[in-house]
Design a protein around this ligand. Structure first.
Ligand code: HMG
Ligand code: MG
Length: 292
């Protein structure tokens, strides 16, 4: 029987967090972080991205990191791929899930992928085919679901348009991750967004990826739970940010999300003490004060 109080958390700190550090974190430290997160029994850990090292030098060691981590049964080790070259590298590294990523804003897509939204979708075609042939599940991120750093407010209808392009590309067989890239949304905006996206996507296939620049992410989680959402991304120690989204800060911190969910009697299967240990590793390797 499906536990109706179960919330699925994807830990994205190693990818979303470490892509945005000004210094390069050594692969051995990244591996230690992923292994520590593995002890927390997340259903999914987003480990790294197979993107251009010219664009994101922080993750140039993606293959080395994937080769070095311990893989815990029950945890999916997922990665981001922008194009065919990315998916070839990801499959060679034995990735457990492939995430493609585009946006609801043309300007952000251009800055992030050097492509229009339509071009980004075309580049995903071989990625989707390769992931399917390898039997891997797919996630499709849509960034800037509420606001874009270059265009300002984005309407739910614009988000719906990009979502439908991802659904058409994959015959609907994809998890949709709604990226609130800037971390500025309030609960009403999240509710309006979800009302639009839920027209096309089953609520069970929607994941919410919140950054937390204005400290409102937990109230957005509460509203999303009311709207039926049961999958959220978060990042240990609140790491996170996007090099192509000036002004964005970290993701919603996993520790805070767990405390909130446990306090409201939701279950996650994630061990909070193990997350706290991983968070202290995250702070150490990124040079944040241990008590920050
Ligand atoms: P481009 O410059 O247009 O592409 O970049 P290109 O095909 O001309 O390639 C440029 C160079 O990169 C070439 O190397 C390629 O071989 C190489 P050179 O010949 O110059 O030596 N290259 C690659 N190398 C390794 N792996 C690859 C790869 N692809 C090309 N996969 C491209 C286009 C898409 C490659 C580039 O724009 C890119 O890599 N972008 C990634 C940006 C990124 O990672 N952003 C952060 C993740 S998104 C995010 O954080 C938001 C999210 O968290 C949700 C939210 O919060 O909203 C997901
Ligand atoms: Mg993000």
């Amino acid at each position: 029987m499906i536990d109706s109080r179960f919330v699925r958390i994807t830990e994205v700190g190693p990818r979303d967090g470490l892509q945005n550090e000004s210094g390069i974190v050594p692969a051995t430290e990244k591996i230690a972080l992923v292994n520590a997160l593995g002890h927390a029994s997340f259903p999914e850990i987003e480990v790294t991205s197979f993107v251009s090292p010219r664009w994101v030098p922080q993750l140039a060691d993606a293959a080395e990191v994937m080769a070095g981590i311990e893989r815990r049964p029950g945890t999916i080790y997922s990665v981001l791929c922008p194009n065919e070259k990315g998916v070839e590298r990801a499959l060679a590294a034995n990735a457990g899930k492939i995430s493609i990523f585009t946006a609801a804003s043309e300007s952000f897509c251009q800055r992030n992928l050097n492509a229009t939204i339509e071009e980004s979708i075309e580049r995903f075609r071989p990625v989707v085919n390769a992931a399917r042939a390898a039997g891997l599940p797919l996630r499709g991120y849509v960034s800037c679901v509420v606001e874009c750093p270059y265009e300002g407010l984005i309407s739910p209808e614009q988000v719906g348009e990009t979502v439908r392009r991802l659904l058409a590309l994959t015959d609907g067989d994809i998890e949709i991750a709604l990226g609130e890239t800037l971390g500025v949304a309030d609960p009403d905006q999240i509710e309006q967004l979800l009302e639009e996206v839920e027209i096309d996507v089953a609520v069970s296939a929607i994941d919410l990826h919140l950054h937390d620049t204005r400290g409102k992410a937990l109230s957005c989680v509460a509203r999303a739970l009311d709207c039926g959402i049961r999958a959220f991304d978060s990042s240990c120690a609140g790491l996170g940010g996007c090099p192509f989204a000036p002004g964005a800060s970290g993701n919603l911190a996993t520790e805070a999300l767990l405390e909130f969910l446990e306090g409201a009697s939701w279950t996650t299967g994630v061990d909070r003490n193990a997350v706290l240990e991983a968070a202290s590793i995250a702070k150490r390797i990124t040079g944040r004060a241990a008590d920050a």
